[in-house]
Design a protein around this ligand. Structure first.
Ligand code: AMP
Length: 420
């Protein structure tokens, strides 16, 4: 038997319905915030992710699916959404006529060779938004606002945005030097990965899943203490706006996020989930240097991504009502094979007129068909029998009140429209 690959899931039945429910909410909220939907390819040149996300991150150093295609090209399966969107922005010279910022959202599969566990997969889905072409704090607020409101709309309780700032390039550089100076004496006590991170990008050490609870990291310098005046003022303005917008946030001076390209605000979305406790469901930040790093001009941008799989799990534990029931408008039943042709025709006719309609495909007895209709929560039953059909009549039964009426077959659509 061939079984699915480790870290992948089949999505079917109720799981599909939950995703449709979440997708619909995402589409609605993105329309309100005026983000357009974008799909980028599942595979891209490896260089895009290696250069964009950064070789010192776990995602690129340990988790990408890299391979050579049959033409010998180095290919990587998309591990996150931002780099692909930036590649699209640069390739299509979207910066050439930037009269308005570019606001896009994606909702797609990502691939990471992660250690599979509950809520952590190798094929995962992320919803994310990118706001490209504005450096103003208003753009940060737009992105944090949509992240926050999406989670509130999902029905999650106690949603909190954890924020921190890395400051501008100068502040980030100063902090990096201070952190390095602090960490070097402890080098031997750090894990092997962190020893390498010290050379490539010491900020990543703060993100380490192994060393994160050590006293060394707890006492490390804070980014906030290395901000220049401009960066500090910007951060204070951001907090004022967040308060004004009634967005529930807390400051987390240790937050740096796992990717190399952030500056100024970085944030994480956390929800307090019954049984599971505080769960990090997504995060983002400003990445003013990334587009330039990928070969485009210097264009400011900010974005966020949320993990779909973990979010749905959090919604499940929070008792969110996904409305999982199948709700048919009409179930067409037939007494014998003589009425099958009419059943088939009517099923199609009603569907084309906008009714969610089903019929029996398994030659079930009438009793069996009643049971199927109940299982699918059919509002109306249309029961066909030979005698009535000869007089162009069908029996329509309200499956809730159990009232039954004979209706002329030519008036069925009109009748149902009047009763729904
Ligand atoms: P990141 O792109 O690493 O900042 O992750 C953003 C969000 O995606 C996280 O908060 C998780 O909810 C989710 N996520 C990251 N990696 C995985 C994974 N392997 N499986 C499922 N969800 C993930």
């Amino acid at each position: 038997m061939i079984i699915k690959q480790k870290g992948t899931i089949d999505i079917y039945g109720d799981e599909t319905k939950k995703r449709i429910y979440v997708n619909d909410l995402i589409r609605i909220i993105c329309e309100k915030y005026n983000y357009g939907y974008i799909e980028t390819p599942v595979f891209e040149a490896s260089e895009l992710f290696h250069r964009g996300i950064g070789d010192s991150t776990d995602i690129v150093s340990k988790e990408t699916y890299d391979f050579k295609d049959r033409g010998g090209r180095d290919i990587t399966l998309r591990p996150e959404g931002t780099a692909g969107v930036c590649r699209w922005f640069i390739e299509n010279k979207m910066y050439g006529n930037l009269t308005e910022p570019v606001k896009v959202y994606y909702n797609e599969k990502m691939y990471r060779y992660d250690r599979p566990q509950l809520g952590r997969y190798r094929e995962l889905t992320q919803f994310g938004v990118e706001f490209i072409g504005a450096d103003d704090v208003l753009a940060d607020i737009d992105v944090i606002g949509i992240a926050y409101h999406t989670y509130c709309l999902f029905g999650l309780k106690n949603v909190t945005i954890k924020i921190n700032t890395l400051g501008d390039d100068e502040a980030r550089k100063n902090y990096k030097e201070a952190l390095l100076e602090y960490l070097i004496p402890y080098k031997d006590s750090l894990c092997n990965d962190c020893k390498k991170r010290l050379e490539k990008n010491p900020l990543r050490v703060l993100d380490c899943k192994i060393d994160c609870d050590s006293e060394i990291l707890k006492n490390a310098p804070y980014t906030i203490d290395y901000l220049n005046d401009v960066s500090l003022e910007r951060y204070n303005t951001l907090k004022e706006y967040l308060e004004l917008m009634d967005i529930n946030f807390v400051e987390d001076p240790r937050l740096v996020r796992g990717l190399d390209y952030y500056n100024h605000v970085v944030f994480e979305i956390v929800a307090d989930v019954p049984v599971m406790g505080n769960l990090a469901l997504g995060g983002g930040g400003r990445y003013n240097g990334l587009i330039e790093k990928l070969g485009g001009p210097k264009v400011p941008a900010v974005g966020f991504a949320m993990g779909y799989d973990r979010t749905i799990m959090a919604m499940d534990y929070s008792g969110v009502n996904f409305d999982l029931k199948t709700n048919l408008d009409v179930y067409i039943m037939y007494v014998s094979n003589c009425e099958k042709e009419t059943a088939s025709f009517l099923t199609q006719e009603l569907r084309l007129n906008g009714f969610i309609t089903e019929t029996d495909y398994l030659d079930k007895s009438l009793k069996g068909q009643f049971k199927s209709a109940d299982r699918m929560n059919a509002k109306y039953l249309v029961i066909l029998n030979d005698g009535d059909l000869n007089e162009m009549l069908v029996n329509v039964k309200d499956n809730l009140t159990k009232e039954e009426e004979k209706v002329n077959i030519n008036n069925l659509v009109e009748y149902l429209e009047g009763h729904m």
